[in-house]
Design a protein around this ligand. Structure first.
Ligand SMILES: [Zn+2]
Length: 438
């Protein structure tokens, strides 16, 4: 089926263009043409601008169900009183509901791809398949980062043996090889959540399957000392010594890196999934983004889980990424809107290995229309800067993923929002940190 989208403006490599029709076919952008005449079947996006969909490079979808439970706790208390006990409460249906809830909110905020760094594995892949199924139903593009975890102090359901984790992750990657909207990548949890053998196994799966791998690294200040004490090196040096610091690695957070670690990430071609709001929310610190960019590190943006942010919008992360660097460096020009926008779109898609994040023929048809009548996009001085710094989430009106019109006039077309929220309320009824018992 061919669709022709006719917006007032479309953002291309050459900037904003008017009088264009975006032709969508088979999940991809087939052409970007001048409008010569309008056909009755054309999708008229009058008063709207079309942008590439945003890419959420790091999330834990089930955590949306935990939002509000431990919002003003420090990280360790949040982990021990909220994350661990409540993640034990979820059965497969609850996991799928949490995923659907997060995907719905992300789509409504203009995110067309989500990485779900998923670790409620219960010794298998069935829960991960339930998340993949939820993504398909709600209509978002998914990269399921299949976690490989073997730290014995974490809940049992997170953990596999090294052999099981590698075998199950390979099987899940293979099962979704030809999947148009879902793919699987390995994710050894972190230097503290995965043993050296597990981290190596994750890297090996990535190498043989030729995909990236995801790993949390240097999020909290305590991690540097802990990795140093346990493995004799700070996190990035440790990963380098293990032989996994390279172009397949997507490090998540990277808050506490010294100059040498930043230089090593750049020299080895490693990438970063940066979650500025989460880093603020959990009191982690400020990642040195301009220095990482200067070292050649590829950087994408992530929201992190819905109970560690607590918003789910990549547009929001673009704004936060820029503002944080300004306040850190006392410099209003520290990270400009164009750079932040690219991190949340094309850079994110590229480092995940997706052909998306930019509107041009051949790319995946993952698109967002924003309402130019929204007050937050007035006056019309520099529209891209306004999208990053000023735009209200209310302005996101329509979303397409793989050519499927999944949000129309601000409403999901794929699932009943009211019913979804009713199920979330039902599941979480009575939850509070005083009722959590392990
Ligand atoms: Zn995370």
């Amino acid at each position: 089926m061919t669709q022709r989208l006719v917006p007032d403006l479309v953002l291309t490599d050459a900037g904003w263009q008017s009088g264009r029709v975006v032709v969508v076919e088979g999940g991809r952008i087939a052409a970007l043409e001048h409008v010569h005449r309008v056909w009755p079947s054309d999708v008229m996006l009058t008063g709207k601008a079309l942008l590439p969909g945003t890419v959420n490079a790091h999330c834990h979808t089930f955590q949306s169900l935990l939002r509000g439970l431990g919002d003003d706790l420090d990280f360790m208390s949040w982990r021990d009183r909220v994350l661990y006990p409540f993640s034990e409460k979820l059965d497969r249906a609850g996991i799928a509901l949490g995923a659907a809830f997060a995907f719905a909110e992300l789509l409504l905020h203009g995110a067309t791809t989500c990485v779900d760094f998923f670790y409620l594995n219960d010794d298998g892949n069935e829960n991960a398949e339930a998340v993949i199924d939820a993504a398909r139903r709600v209509g978002i593009r998914l990269v399921l980062a299949r976690t490989m975890y073997d730290w014995e102090c974490a809940p049992r359901r997170y953990c596999d043996t090294v052999d099981d984790a590698a075998r199950r992750t390979r099987a899940l990657v293979a099962a979704h090889e030809g999947d148009a909207t879902a793919r699987v990548q390995p994710a050894p949890h972190s230097p503290h959540g995965a043993s050296p053998a597990m981290i190596r196994a994750g890297w090996e799966v990535a190498e043989t399957e030729q995909v990236p791998f995801h790993i949390h690294v240097a999020e909290g200040r305590y991690e540097g000392q802990r990795t140093l004490a346990e493995h004799g090196a700070t996190p990035i040096r440790y990963l380098d010594a293990l032989g996994v610091l390279g172009p397949r690695m997507i490090g998540v957070h990277g808050v506490w890196l010294d100059d040498d670690e930043i230089a090593r990430m750049g020299a080895r071609g490693a990438a970063l999934a940066y979650c500025p709001s989460s880093n603020m929310f959990l009191g982690d610190g400020i990642t040195r983004i301009p220095e990482l960019l200067a070292a050649g590190v590829r950087i994408a943006l992530g929201t992190d889980g819905g109970s560690a942010n607590n918003r789910l919008s990549v547009f929001e992360e673009m704004r936060m990424a820029s503002l944080l660097q300004r306040v850190r460096l006392l410099d209003g020009s520290a990270l400009d809107a164009e750079r932040a926008f690219a991190m949340g779109t094309r850079a994110g898609a590229a480092l995940l290995g997706l052909d998306a994040g930019v509107i041009e023929p051949g790319k995946l048809a993952d698109l967002v229309a924003v309402n130019l009548e929204d007050p937050s996009l007035h006056p019309r001085t520099d529209l891209l800067k306004s999208v990053v710094y000023a735009m209200s989430p209310r302005a996101v009106s329509d979303v397409w993923v793989h050519g499927r019109h999944v949000v129309a006039s601000g409403r999901l077309t794929t699932v009943d929002e009211r019913e979804l929220l009713a199920r979330v309320l039902e599941l979480t009824k009575g939850w509070s940190i005083s009722t959590a018992a392990r």
